[in-house]
Design a protein around this ligand. Structure first.
Ligand SMILES: [Zn+2]
Ligand SMILES: [Zn+2]
Length: 343
């Protein structure tokens, strides 16, 4: 399914940068995604110019397209799941989409994803739905030669999943329940299994369960519906349904941990009995947002280990002109991963 023919320059030769103008997709305002030509981005101090080869789409892109996002400033070139080639050297990289200050308390404690001065590609600055992107050199994660570009794009969502798992302090031998068998839930299940956790998934769409059957079976991941007697050490929501919060808290073992990984779509009060359950059973609630560059590095290794399996998560390779339609399909919630081919 992966097109191996466009994995960067042949024989490691640097790609030519003769163009001064590039194609990109600009979100002018929610609902208005415009194909356009702009000047090539000018790398600032400490930055490099990448030719984007692949950029994957996720639910956050779809949400930004449909309704905006807390961290989105417009107009913007979206795209934060990026694989590209450094124009000057021909080296291939996955990109940590953040750019943090490096000196605040969060940065000094290894939580640069929480830096208050964070600038995220595709959110605060132009991202990967373009032929070229300017990226801080410190954000570049080198890739093993036999990891295809389309799979390297998945390092970013996988790193976000790793961040969520880390927040729960899940250990080998413990039980994890993930709500939502979309691409990021499935990547999370793969990462948890790799850490020795026993993993279950809850998904209300039969078609989604069916589509991920082969992926889940290969990792021994079951739907939990036939084992409602189980209690879990950790629960993570990888779906925006608010029901997953209350239902998941009830599924925790005493002193277990719930990680809010996905924002929820509709505001809803958590019932008082659920709050009291957190109190009496000494449960922990934690959040997870984004990922650190070291988690992205770990994700690249994990992807390489599972490269045949991860291929199953790709719905389709598309062009820039198909992005809007793909985002609408992502919003409908029935698809796996779309990867945009840019070079
Ligand atoms: Zn994403
Ligand atoms: Zn900082």
């Amino acid at each position: 399914m992966i097109d191996q023919s466009a994995n960067g320059p042949a024989n490691g030769a640097p790609p030519r940068q003769s163009a001064t103008v590039m194609k990109c997709l600009q979100l002018k305002q929610p609902g208005s995604l415009i194909p356009t030509h702009t000047a090539l981005p000018q790398p600032g101090p400490g930055e490099v110019l990448l030719r984007v080869t692949r950029c994957a789409l996720c639910r956050t892109d779809a949400k930004m397209f449909a309704q905006g996002h807390r961290d989105l400033t417009l107009p913007r070139v979206l795209g934060h799941e990026i694989c590209g080639v450094e124009v000057a050297t021909g080296q291939r990289y996955a990109v940590w989409p953040g750019s943090s200050c490096g000196s605040c308390t969060q940065c000094r404690n290894g939580r640069e994803n929480l830096c208050r001065q964070m600038q995220i590609l595709g959110f605060h600055r132009n991202g990967g739905l373009a032929e070229f992107v300017a990226v801080p050199r410190t954000s570049l994660i080198p890739l093993p030669a036999d990891l295809p570009d389309a799979l390297a794009c998945l390092a970013e969502p996988l790193a976000c999943a790793l961040n969520a798992i880390e927040q729960t302090n899940l250990r080998g031998g413990q039980k994890l329940l993930i709500y939502g068998a979309g691409p990021v839930g499935l990547l999370m299940a793969m990462a948890a299994t790799a850490r020795g956790a026993a993993t279950w998934m809850s998904e209300r769409s039969d078609s989604k369960l069916k589509r991920s059957d082969q992926f889940r079976k290969g990792l021994n991941i079951a739907s939990h519906d036939n084992r409602s007697d189980l209690a879990f050490d950790a629960v993570i929501n990888a779906a925006p349904a608010r029901e997953a919060i209350s239902a998941g808290i009830k599924r925790l073992t005493t002193a277990g941990c719930y990680c809010v990984f996905s924002g929820i779509t509709n505001a809803a009060a958590i019932p008082v009995e659920v709050i009291n359950e957190i109190h009496y059973r000494q449960l922990r609630m934690v959040g997870a947002y984004g990922c650190t560059s070291s988690q992205l590095q770990e994700a690249v290794t994990l992807l390489w280990n599972h490269r045949a399996r991860v291929n199953l998560l790709i719905e389709r390779h598309i062009g820039l002109n198909e992005v809007e339609d793909a985002l609408r399909q992502i919003l409908a919630g029935k698809t796996l991963k779309f990867v945009v081919k840019l070079a």
